[in-house]
Design a protein around this ligand. Structure first.
Ligand SMILES: [Zn+2]
Length: 255
């Protein structure tokens, strides 16, 4: 990015208080990928930014980029959509914040990926409209992995490349895909998987939100894909997401 003033659509991924009156923000932008910026005086001049810089806010962002600085300077942020219904319900909020954190962890600054921005906005809208069920998070995960180039190998055994149709299969995060029974011996950390779940994940990785909404996976898919994707994502980013721990606590408290 050249030095200068820019404008564009963005979703606020994260917001941290900084010093007496500033905020450090992370954005997922349409044109510039993930961006980190500073909003000077954001905590003092409430009028200037109001709630526009809270996580989840979908905004029209104006920022200044200076050569040699990691942080852009936030000049203005106009709210396009606050996603207020998502913020009003604790479970929806937890789910949405998980999407924000995952997006932030799976993308690098300076890497322009408009598809990630579109995916995030599309899923936040579906969560807001409640037009998709519990499978939303799994579909988001697999789509995000596909877009960012981390999709595991789901079309046959990752070791011998044989088709795995109908036979007992496993998933290995370390190997990055499905492993057939023959190739599984001696491997640790394998996750047993039904061929149906593998097939549906492989298909979901290529579909847009409209088509994903029409898939109605059963409980076996939800359980298996959650375990698999949790394990694989943790392996890829090297840690557990904070929002996921929160989500689990929340759901177990209410179960
Ligand atoms: Zn094999």
């Amino acid at each position: 990015m050249k030095r200068g003033l820019y404008r564009g659509r963005a979703v606020v991924l994260n917001s941290l208080d900084y010093g007496e009156s500033d905020r450090i923000l992370t954005f997922c932008t349409l044109e510039h990928g993930k961006l980190r910026g500073i909003a000077k005086g954001a905590r003092r001049s409430r009028k200037r930014f109001v709630g526009n810089l809270d996580p989840l806010s979908h905004i029209d962002l104006i920022f200044f980029h200076n050569d040699g600085s990691d942080l852009v300077r936030v000049e203005d942020a106009k709210l396009a959509d606050a996603f207020a219904p998502l913020k009003a319900d604790i479970e929806s909020l937890a789910d949405s914040c998980y999407l924000l954190e995952l997006t932030s962890e799976m993308t690098r600054e300076g890497q322009s990926l408009p598809a990630v921005y579109h995916l995030l906005v599309e899923f936040l809208k579906m969560l807001e409209a409640k037009s998709i069920g519990q499978e939303a998070l799994r579909f988001f995960e697999i789509r995000l992995l596909a877009i960012t180039g981390y999709l595991p190998h789901l079309g046959g055994c990752v070791s011998c490349r044989e088709k795995t149709d109908g036979q007992r299969i496993y998933f290995s995060s370390e190997r990055g895909g499905l492993v057939c029974r023959r190739c599984s011996s001696g491997l640790i950390g394998l996750i047993p998987l039904s061929p149906g779940t593998a097939g549906l994940l492989s298909m979901a990785a290529r579909l847009d939100g409209e088509k994903l909404k029409r898939l109605k996976p059963g409980q076996a898919f939800l359980d298996e894909s959650e375990r698999l994707l949790y394990d694989f994502i943790k392996f890829q980013i090297g840690k557990e997401l904070k929002t996921r721990r929160f989500m689990i606590k929340l759901k177990s408290a209410w179960a």
